[in-house]
Each structure stands twice: as C-alpha cells, then as structure tokens.
Design a protein around this ligand. Structure first.
Ligand SMILES: Cc1ncc(COP(=O)(O)O)c(C=O)c1O
Length: 322
C-alpha cells in the first residue's frame, strides 16, 4: 500500500532485516525487526494506538468530545506515541516523567502538544509511575490508561507484532526483546508459544538491578508490571539475560556495521541475541528474531556512537535519554 488514509494506518507492519553478519555462530541467523520505522519512531506507537482504541471501544474516551485529558507515566516512547495519536484524534495528553530526561524527549512530546508533569529525577521511571497513580486518584476526570497494567498493551503485540514475525520468519526458534513494561515479550511470546509450542524460546533482556538501560527495567528493582503477573510472564519466559549499559552501547555501535542506526535498548537486545546465539550447541540451526524498539535519533546527544565509551556510560547514569 502506498497511499494511507491517515498516519495512524502506518503503524505496524515494520520491516525485518537479516543481520547475521553480527552473529558469533554460523548456524544461528539473527533477524532484527525495526520498530523505529513506525511513524512516531518506536514500537510504542502500536501500544498507544491499541490503548486509545480500546478506551474508545469501551466508551472511556469519546472521539470528537472536547476537553478529554489522558495522563500516563512514561519513560519516553509511550509518551511520544500517545502524544501523536492524541494529537490526531483530538485528545490532550499529560505525560508524567522524571526531571532528568533529555532535551529531545521533552521537545518531542511538546511538539505533539503534550503537557509534561515532572516527577523526581532520583526516583527514575518508578517515581513517575508512583506519581501518576497518585494523580489518577486526585483527578478521576483524567483518563489513566496505564500501559503497565492494561491488557491492550500486550494485545497490540499479540495481534500485530507477533503475527508479523511469524509471517516474515516462519522458522523462528528464539524471540529476544528488552523488558520495559513487558508488553512486547508477553504479547509476541504468547502468540508464538500458541503457534509453535516449545519449538520457540522466549528470551527477555534486562539491565542488572540498580543499573539503567533506557526503556528497560530489572524486575528486581521494586516494581513488577501487573500485566507481567496477570499474563503469567514468569512461566512464559524461557530465560532472562542481563546486559549492562556499557555492552548495550557497544552493540548499538556495532549495529552501524550492518547499516542500522538504532536506540540504546536495541544494543541491549542485540547483546542478548548474540549471547543466545553463542550459547547454542554447535551445529544447531537457529533463527533468532530480535526487536529494535526505536531508532537512534533521540539518543544523539548521548554521544553513544562517537564519544569515549566510559564517558558515555557514565553520562547515561545521570540523564534519562529514553
Ligand atoms: C526504547 C525502549 N526499548 C524497549 C522497551 C521495552 O518494551 P516493553 O515496554 O514492551 O517491555 C521500551 C519500553 O518503554 C522502550 O522505550
């Protein structure tokens, strides 16, 4: 299709590209699904549209009615996706996020007309979640879609991302993605498990407890998303791989060798896929599908591609880029 009736119709159906040149194991293909190709620039466009359409179906939001306000705690990409969909559909978004976010992130939200409510930078994304939950009680008139607890988040991946992966790689043996809200892993993981049973392994990538890779969380860091518990995340995941911030940046750089300019969590997910490829028994054929959550544009000011690796890693502790 070359003519779209609306930008929102361009969400999903993202390309998958063979990046096996980066695989340490000649029997293991690595294929990357480029979610940065969505119109708002990340995998979260799918979730934003799913959350809003679900709320419209249930009557929580009414298209065309004036002065409807949504509020959401977001580590970045969901805010941008929601701001984009809200702008097109005529809603107002209030995004709750920590003070120490990058300039690009703030500007991207503001350009879509979102209002920013600041939470303490020291508390990171958990602080934004806490504050949003309090605000939801104080302002029952605001619509709180809450991606961490809303089944419309994993459903976007169960109905969209998962089927696209199976269509483009029917022999997928491993699915690897970073864990943030866990929506991607739960939705795609469930779909693939239903279709392929134990022939597919579902692998989560998370930073070590207490360390940060933007967009990702360690479940031991104090908050387990309700969707993860409600949808049996612990049983669904075959393994969790811990990837440190420095490795994430290293693999984000390596991706440029195959012409991909992606965000830092993509480097983390790729590091997980590479570890998975390296750990397979010799000669075992595998097709590892890994999700690239977003493109690299929003992270340029980290210096991640050109700066001194130690300095970039240190700086990433202070500022939430995404
Ligand atoms: C850059 C980035 N990568 C990965 C993720 C993780 O995706 P999910 O929330 O589906 O677990 C997010 C989520 O916010 C993200 O923003």
């Amino acid at each position: 299709m070359t003519l779209y009736p609306s930008v929102l119709e361009m969400i999903g159906n993202t390309p998958m590209v063979d990046i096996s040149a980066l695989s340490p194991n000649p029997s293991a293909r690595i294929l990357m699904k480029l979610e940065g190709q969505n119109p708002g620039g990340s995998v979260k466009d799918r979730v934003a549209l799913s959350l809003i359409e679900d709320a419209e179906r249930s009557g929580v939001l009414v298209p065309g009615k004036p002065d409807q306000v949504l509020m959401e705690p977001t580590s970045g990409n969901t805010g941008i996706g929601l701001a984009l969909v809200c702008r097109v559909r005529g809603y107002t978004l209030k995004a709750v996020m920590p003070t120490n976010v990058s300039v690009e992130r703030r500007q991207l939200l503001e350009l879509w007309g979102a209002e920013i409510i600041e939470s303490p930078g020291t508390e990171g994304s958990n602080g934004a979640v806490r504050m949003a939950r309090e605000l939801a009680v104080e302002h029952p008139e605001w619509v709180f879609l809450y991606q961490y607890g809303n089944p419309a988040n994993p459903r976007a991946h169960y109905e969209g991302t998962g089927p696209e992966i199976l269509r483009d790689c029917p022999d997928v043996t491993h699915f690897v993605a970073g864990l943030g809200t866990s929506g991607t892993l739960l939705g795609v993981g469930r779909f693939l498990r239903e279709k392929l049973g134990d022939k597919v392994q579902i692998c989560a990538v998370e930073p070590p407890a207490g360390e940060m890779v933007d967009g990702l969380r360690n479940l031991d860091d104090g908050y387990i998303p309700p969707i993860f518990e409600d949808l049996g995340g612990a049983e669904l995941l075959n393994r969790k791989t811990v990837v440190r911030p420095r490795e994430s940046i290293e693999w984000t750089r390596r991706l440029t060798e195959v012409g991909i300019f992606a965000g830092i969590s993509t480097g983390a997910a790729l590091a997980g896929a590479v570890k998975c490829a390296a750990s397979l028994p010799p000669g075992e054929e595998a097709s590892i599908v890994v999700v690239s959550a977003d493109g690299g544009w929003k992270y340029l000011s980290t210096g991640a591609w050109t700066g001194d690796l130690d300095e970039v890693t240190e700086r990433a502790k202070e500022i939430i880029y995404f």
